[in-house]
Design a protein around this ligand. Sequence first.
Ligand SMILES: Cc1cc2nc3c(=O)[nH]c(=O)nc-3n(C[C@H](O)[C@H](O)[C@H](O)COP(=O)(O)O)c2cc1C
Length: 339
Amino acid sequence: MTQNQYADLPNSYQIHKLTVTPNITLAPMAGVTDSIFRRIVLQIGGCGLVSSEMTNAASISPKAMKRHNLLDYSPEERPIVMQISGNDPDLVANAARIVEQLEPDAIDINCGCPSPKVTGGGHGSALLRDLPKMEQLLKAVLHAVEIPVTLKFRAGWDEDTLNYIETAKMAEQTGVAALALHPRTREQRYSGSANWGRIAETSAAVSIPVIGSGDVKDAHDALARLRESGAAGVMIGRGAMTNPWIFQQIEQLRRGEPVFEPAPADKYEFLLHYLMICETEMNERLALNKLKQLMGRFLVALPGCAALRESVHRSTTIEEAREHLAHFFEPYVEMTTVV
Ligand SMILES: Cc1cc2nc3c(=O)[nH]c(=O)nc-3n(C[C@H](O)[C@H](O)[C@H](O)COP(=O)(O)O)c2cc1C
């Protein structure tokens, strides 16, 4: 293989008229992929599409949306998909109508969330156990809005009831524009590994774009999965929290360019920048929680990083957290300055 072994891979896909390029996108993650995280990932570059956090259709009304900011976004976040969950076709269709007025590029229906709180209400992956209901819901949403509707789903409720091909075909027939498959079952939650063979099977079974989601940890993973599965695109969730540069790295690898490896000083700068935006846009408690959540996965990979994570986790003020970060990264920042 030449150095530029990925140059022949597809770099875009269509969601109706929308061209998603590059075809590497940020997976929706409740509590994580808010406007701040999306903007910061997009600023680094290499990400073709972002998604809102999952939003319960019952909480989508002009009044309720003043209390939560789940669907807030800024113009630089385009193209953006807004994700809705629900169980009642009329309620979800009505929510989709309201969401359409916010002018996202598409609306995504969540049929993958495994959380008991969500499945208990018949939302998320619970719909995998009732495909006629899912079909009714998709049809109602498709009837209600003009923008494209996409579906994100899992491989089935459990290993005995795998129905990803049936679900994909049904969705395609109803008029869904693209599919994102996280090929674990609901029962697996996040255990075991994502079976990309299921993504390959699904891509071969339908004509609409199928985006694969699951366990992509680095740039090589992303392009290898894209090649092996024949998927139209790859979605990255946890890997983007660990390494927000992953999208840029994929783009560089694909072009055969040197891949940027963030130095400790870059990671420090990233954390400070993230914290600064959080502080500007939310109260101290929420901003600190956001930092703690990111730090739970963010790859520091330096001696003493477990202790740093703990210190940040125990911090009760932003000032305290910032001091821990400054103390930890001090030697690395000095090294960069000397060089
Ligand atoms: C903290 C967290 C929150 C998530 N929230 C959502 C969500 O709101 N909607 C959704 O469709 N999937 C959600 N997911 C699933 C991801 O979008 C993705 O499909 C899954 O994590 C597998 O990809 P990964 O291995 O790249 O993380 C979430 C995952 C995590 C870890």
